[in-house]
Design a protein around this ligand. Structure first.
Ligand SMILES: C[S@@+](CC[C@H](N)C(=O)[O-])C[C@H]1O[C@@H](n2cnc3c(N)ncnc32)[C@H](O)[C@@H]1O
Length: 260
């Protein structure tokens, strides 16, 4: 707990809403959960790393690699990728010290604190406006784009924020969630529209909750009913083993990979 408080106080933050909307707190909590659940999360991290390497194999050229939702960097095989690509840009709203230290080992890797949805300024101001992201679309050297366990996270904090800072009904916030997911998918498609750019989407596709006897008690679609592209490879990520969030249930996310 002291470490978490220390991180909250000392992590440099470039975007003003990262603290106020709760993103920094969430990233610190996820990092702490990742440590506690290391045994259960490492197969997921390994599967992500393998998928990224397969996507890199499919690239005719290896100039610029762009990864959205880089976060802790634990699901990125940075050592191998930094040798294969001329440069790598890792994007997230915020990076903790462990990720900063790791990235600093590689001269061709840079961290960018940016809002991939390009909508958070408006949402933070209390509107339901969702923009069409454009950043990096004009970079002709991008050969691989990876969206890494980010897509289903895009609506979570914005919806929570507007539920407590606006007068919106459930239908409006649900629509916001769907708009954020759709605009990210369209953004990825625009990279794909450029010849020879490979776009790899890694995202959870289905969530299941089990009681302590292993009986399914709840399941839901983390895509807010937005149609999903066909999965080409998949695995289960035991996000919350029994005893992590509760002694009464465990939670598994089915993760799917699509090369768009
Ligand atoms: C489930 S985590 C995955 C991170 C990383 N791949 C990992 O496993 O450590 C989702 C990440 O998405 C980031 N994120 C959420 N909304 C974002 C946005 N609008 N723009 C950029 N990053 C965002 C969060 O900060 C978080 O690091």
């Amino acid at each position: 707990m002291i470490w978490e408080v220390w991180q909250y106080a000392t992590t440099p933050v470039a975007l003003p809403y990262v603290k106020s909307m709760g993103f920094l707190k969430e990233v610190i909590a996820t990092a702490a959960r990742g440590k506690r659940c290391q045994k259960h999360w490492s197969p997921h991290y390994q599967a992500c790393r393998n998928s990224i390497l397969r996507a890199a194999d499919a690239c005719p050229r290896h100039r610029h690699l762009l990864i959205f939702g880089a976060g802790s960097l634990q699901d990125i095989p940075l050592d191998i990728l930094s040798k294969r690509f001329e440069r790598i840009t890792l994007v997230d709203l915020v990076f903790l010290s462990a990720a900063r230290s790791k990235a600093a080992l590689y001269p061709n890797v840079c961290l960018r604190e940016r809002d991939v949805s390009e909508s958070l300024v408006d949402i933070n101001a209390g509107t339901l406006k969702v923009c069409d992201p454009v950043h990096w679309l004009d970079d002709p050297e991008i050969d691989l784009v990876v969206s890494l366990n980010l897509l289903t996270q895009l609506p979570l904090m914005p919806v929570k924020w507007l539920e407590s800072h606006g007068n919106f009904n459930e239908h409006q916030t649900e629509k916001l969630g769907q708009d954020l997911i759709n605009s990210h998918l369209q953004y990825l498609q625009k990279f794909k529209a450029k010849k020879d750019t490979v776009v790899c989407l890694i995202a959870d596709r289905w969530v299941q909750r089990f009681d302590c006897e292993g009986q399914l008690i709840k399941e839901f679609d983390p895509w807010w009913d937005v149609p999903q592209p066909v999965i080409q490879q998949e695995w289960d990520w035991q996000v919350m083993p029994l005893g992590e969030a509760s002694n009464r249930y465990s939670q598994i996310h089915r993760v799917g990979v699509t090369i768009l």
